[in-house]
Design a protein. Structure first.
Length: 138
């Protein structure tokens, strides 16, 4: 093996030692983004986001009564305490003030988040927009 190749291999190995692995939070966000991106084009359309929100609402409504309460929101919160509290989310999404969310209220609230997170206003979310929105969830 030539001296140049030996040095290149050694340098590459050293770089690997100092590389920082993605945090658990970054991996969770990437996995969530990928699961919503059903056509695997690297961006989330409004339809993909809405379909995921509809599916997620079904999981949140654990007793199947057609309403999601704060208790159900807290039980379904997988964000590990990041961003907006579930009580703040309930207040933000609950358009009639009855302290529970219908599917229509939840979907409307989620689509407002989509519009807020779409920083370049092109109608899609790329992963950095999604990640930023999920982390701050404001």
């Amino acid at each position: 093996m030539s001296r140049f190749i030996q040095v290149a291999v050694a340098a590459g190995s050293l770089c690997g030692l100092f590389a920082t692995p993605a945090s658990a939070n970054e991996m969770m966000l990437h996995d969530k983004f990928s699961s919503i991106d059903t056509n695997n084009d690297g961006k989330l359309s409004r339809d993909e986001f809405r379909a995921h929100a509809r599916q997620h609402y079904g999981k949140l409504d654990s007793n199947g009564d057609g309403f999601v309460t704060l208790t159900e929101l807290n039980a379904g919160d997988d964000r590990k305490g990041k961003g907006m509290s579930m009580s703040d989310l309930l207040r933000k999404f609950d358009s009639n003030g009855d302290s529970q969310l219908t599917q229509a209220e939840y979907l409307s609230g989620k689509m407002r988040l989509f519009d807020d997170w779409d920083t370049d206003k092109n109608g899609t979310l790329i992963e950095p927009e999604f990640d930023g929105g999920m982390v701050t969830m404001k």
